[in-house]
Ligand binder design. Structure first.
Ligand code: ZN
Length: 236
């Protein structure tokens, strides 16, 4: 793993700005479709606002040692997104900004000992609180693109894209369901081996295109044999 805690904090700030800007454009039509199947732009904004509140519970856990889960249940999480997506745009924007500010303020207040405290994510992973900025940066950066108002993976910093590819490859490599074996390369020298079924298929693409493919946001670049790379299942 090449990313550092300081990297993740920087990407969280940058991604939050990018998401807030994209949300302003998206919420002129909150009912318009996002790039995510079945979700409007309003759903994506509500999900990111709810995510800030939920990560805030883990920051509270880190600050106090009192176990406070991200969501009380998966049902509560889904209901919150549905409710939020139907809010008037001005209220949804206010929630988004308030939740992002509160999370940033709470993170800024943690000391070294609190950052090292272990918390449990919604996926059931036990991690030190120092992982929380990475989780948040992933949400704001990737969902800024899902809002489908213009930003693409090429607008995200290459070091973030590299960390994201590493993260997705690791996740896919250890997932219960395996896809096709892939050898992924970029012209600037990155290389990832994704274990899976069959002889590895080689895919060479620019880093933003490879990231879009790995995160399930594109149908896939061409393989070096000139055919479209095999589709990948959901990542998270
Ligand atoms: Zn998300």
């Amino acid at each position: 793993m090449t990313r550092t805690f300081d990297d993740a904090r920087r990407w969280t700030r940058l991604g939050t700005d990018l998401f807030l800007e994209a949300a302003d454009a998206a919420l002129t039509g909150p009912g318009e479709p996002s790039a995510l199947p079945g979700w409007s732009r309003g759903h994506v904004v509500a999900h990111v606002a709810a995510n800030a509140d939920a990560l805030g519970h883990l920051v509270h856990w880190a600050a106090t040692g009192e176990p406070t889960p991200m969501y009380s249940s998966p049902g509560e999480r889904a209901a919150g997104i549905e409710r939020g997506a139907r809010l008037p745009a001005v209220e949804l924007t206010a929630w988004l900004r308030r939740s992002a500010d509160a999370l940033a303020t709470a993170m800024d207040a943690l000391d070294d000992r609190q950052w090292r405290r272990e918390v449990v994510t919604a996926q059931g992973r036990t991690v030190p609180a120092t992982e929380l900025p990475w989780l948040r940066s992933r949400e704001v950066c990737v969902h800024a693109i899902d809002l489908a108002t213009g930003p693409t993976f090429a607008d995200l910093p290459p070091d973030f894209l590299t960390a994201l590819c590493e993260d997705v490859v690791l996740k896919r490599a250890t997932a219960a369901t395996t896809g096709p074996a892939l050898l992924l390369r970029t012209p600037d020298g990155h290389r990832w081996d994704l274990p899976g079924e069959g002889e590895p298929v080689e895919v060479a693409a620019e880093l933003p295109d490879l990231t879009a493919f790995l995160t399930g946001r594109s149908d896939g670049p061409l393989t070096t044999d000139g055919v479209v790379a095999p589709a990948l299942g959901p990542w998270l």
